[in-house]
Design a protein around this ligand. Structure first.
Ligand SMILES: [Zn+2]
Length: 87
């Protein structure tokens, strides 16, 4: 997906043991809140569909993360999701 363009700006470029949620600018908590608001508030159907797509992308990325965390506890402890839960 196009939203993964922001993965390109991450260092290192690709890390299989890193959860993308919260790490990339378009995967941040602010971005996710924006997608949710967009889905409910936007009137334009095309743009609304794009936001729904973005939200689904976050869900699939999150499932990837949970899958990874189940096999790698350190990955979870270093993830942004862990920081959100343990403020
Ligand atoms: Zn992604």
């Amino acid at each position: 997906m196009l939203v993964d363009i922001d993965h390109v700006f991450a260092t290192p470029l690709f890390d299989p043991n890193r959860c993308g949620i919260g790490y990339h600018p378009l995967h941040s908590e602010i971005a996710i809140v924006g997608y949710i608001l967009g889905v409910f508030l936007l009137k334009n159907r095309i743009i609304k569909l794009i936001f729904i797509g973005l939200l689904f992308h976050m869900i699939t990325d999150l499932i990837d993360c949970l899958w990874m965390f189940s096999e790698c506890k350190d990955c979870y402890l270093q993830s942004e999701i862990y920081k959100w839960i343990h403020i």
